[in-house]
Design a protein around this ligand. Structure first.
Ligand SMILES: O=C(O)[C@H](O)[C@@H](O)[C@H](O)[C@H](O)COP(=O)(O)O
Length: 234
């Protein structure tokens, strides 16, 4: 705990990053399938993952044994342009990866909290540990839906938190959200952080240099027991 170690993997282009990250993730999924006949992968939404999703969707592995889920989701139906489920269905669950099973976080519940509890029941069935988690990061240092202004940020990022999935209603997040909590994310067999551009690199370097983990992304590094793989391209 508290090692704040990382492997920086810097690439000249975003395409090169996408193919390297896809190769690593595919290898990890194959290893999990080999070891226990099934694999789980949690991916982030937003704009960054599209090239990576495309590269991964072409990987040759037994996708029928892979469950794909989300690190976090906006509380909007899958038809919305803002839906991470929509992004994953359109960009990742195609080509070879069309055979994967998808477990989403959104449901048409009356409240975002009820939807989070429903999502938690589905996530709990995936087992105590995810095989692969790929995080993104915003320029404000948020990751997953751990926004700096989330009223429940301390709960979401509490290392002994027993909840696997929680709702978040942060002013900077736009709509309310549903997110996996910190212990589930940092317990993954492979934890990668995918960021692009100089601005995010600066934010991350500053976050990692902080003595106290103020920015949400720094809390992830502090809680991770193994070094996090940072995939970066300009
Ligand atoms: O649904 C989401 O918004 C995310 O999962 C979120 O944590 C994302 O990874 C960052 O906001 C980075 O987003 P961009 O890739 O769009 O910069």
């Amino acid at each position: 705990m508290g090692s704040r170690k990382a492997w920086w993997r810097a690439f000249e282009t975003r395409d090169a990053l996408a193919s390297a990250l896809a190769a690593t993730v595919a290898d990890q999924l194959r290893a999990a399938i080999e070891a226990k006949d099934g694999a789980t992968l949690a991916v982030s939404g937003g704009t960054t993952p599209a090239l990576f999703f495309d590269a991964l969707s072409h990987k040759d592995l037994d996708w029928t044994k892979v469950v794909v889920t989300l690190v976090d989701e906006r509380f909007v139906p899958p038809a919305s342009e803002r839906s991470n489920e929509r992004l994953v269905r359109e960009k990742l669950l195609r080509n070879e990866a069309r055979l994967a099973r998808f477990v989403g976080l959104y449901s048409q519940a009356a409240t975002v909290d009820a939807a989070a509890r429903q999502a938690e029941a589905g996530i709990a069935l995936l087992g105590p540990r995810l095989d692969v988690v790929v995080l993104g990061m915003g320029a404000d240092g948020h990751t997953a839906s751990f926004f700096p202004d989330a009223p429940n940020l301390d709960e979401l990022t509490d290392p002994p938190q027993s909840r696997l999935v929680m709702s978040v209603d942060a002013p900077s997040g736009g709509e309310p959200r549903i997110t996996l909590t910190l212990p589930l994310l940092v317990g993954a067999g492979l934890l990668a952080l995918h960021i692009e551009g100089e601005a995010k690199k600066d934010v991350l370097e500053r976050a990692m240099a902080q003595a106290a983990p103020r920015l949400p992304i720094a809390r992830v590094f502090d809680a991770a027991s193994a070094p996090i793989d940072i995939y970066w391209a300009p």
